[in-house]
Design a protein around this ligand. Sequence first.
Ligand code: GLP
Length: 249
Amino acid sequence: MKTIDMNNMKIIKVKNYEEMSQKAAKLVEAQVLVKRNSVLGLATGSTPEGMYQELAKKYRNDEVDFKDVVAFNLDEYYPISADNDQSYAHYMREHFFQHVNIQENNRNIPDGLNKDVQASCRAYDRALEAAGNVDLQILGIGTNGHIGFNEPDEHFAVGTHLVDLNEKTIQDNARFFEHIDEVPKQALSMGVGSIMHAKKIVLLASGKNKAEAIRAMVKGPVTPELPASILQMHQDITLIIDEEAASEL
Ligand code: GLP
């Protein structure tokens, strides 16, 4: 493990996916130890699966207690029911919530079915604010540099909003579906503004297919064309990336 600083970002370079997952779980554990009622911003995708497994193990071993933790997920497909196996609500139950003791009313995920999108997005933002915003935000990164589902665009979105997923994201996420046509074309995502309000951010990346996005995020200009690049402006951002994801730095 090697730590370097680049463009205001603390970069922890680890060997592989396992080491990334263990290191990330330790940071979450430390956050909850320091503040037991922490607000955790949570991500989905294949990247944080190992971290959730590690956290579940820590919970089983009585090393961490999530009783007072509040969780806010970054995003959800739209439209999708929380019962659908492809929903992020389902992902969270499978990979994390059913294994730990985060109370049900402290688990927040954008509502993939609410027909009044504006109202449900505003309600999500208000809930986030009422909780005091995120203490520790976990992020993955899309191969096109998206965070949450904030896709490359002409401007940065502030609050929770409806997104048209771009072709690259649909292709990348098709692996979770039987056929690419089944991938929803839209999603609800916390805005870049809300993500930047988090007190601490930890971004995880593993594998060669993330190397170019990581390079552009760390070394490229800050631009909404590569949403993750705004993280250069955050005051407490740590990347935990494996050798392959760091290979273009
Ligand atoms: C998904 C999610 C993101 C995630 C990213 C990378 O579409 N909306 O929150 O970070 O794309 O996914 P993965 O970790 O599977 O590579």
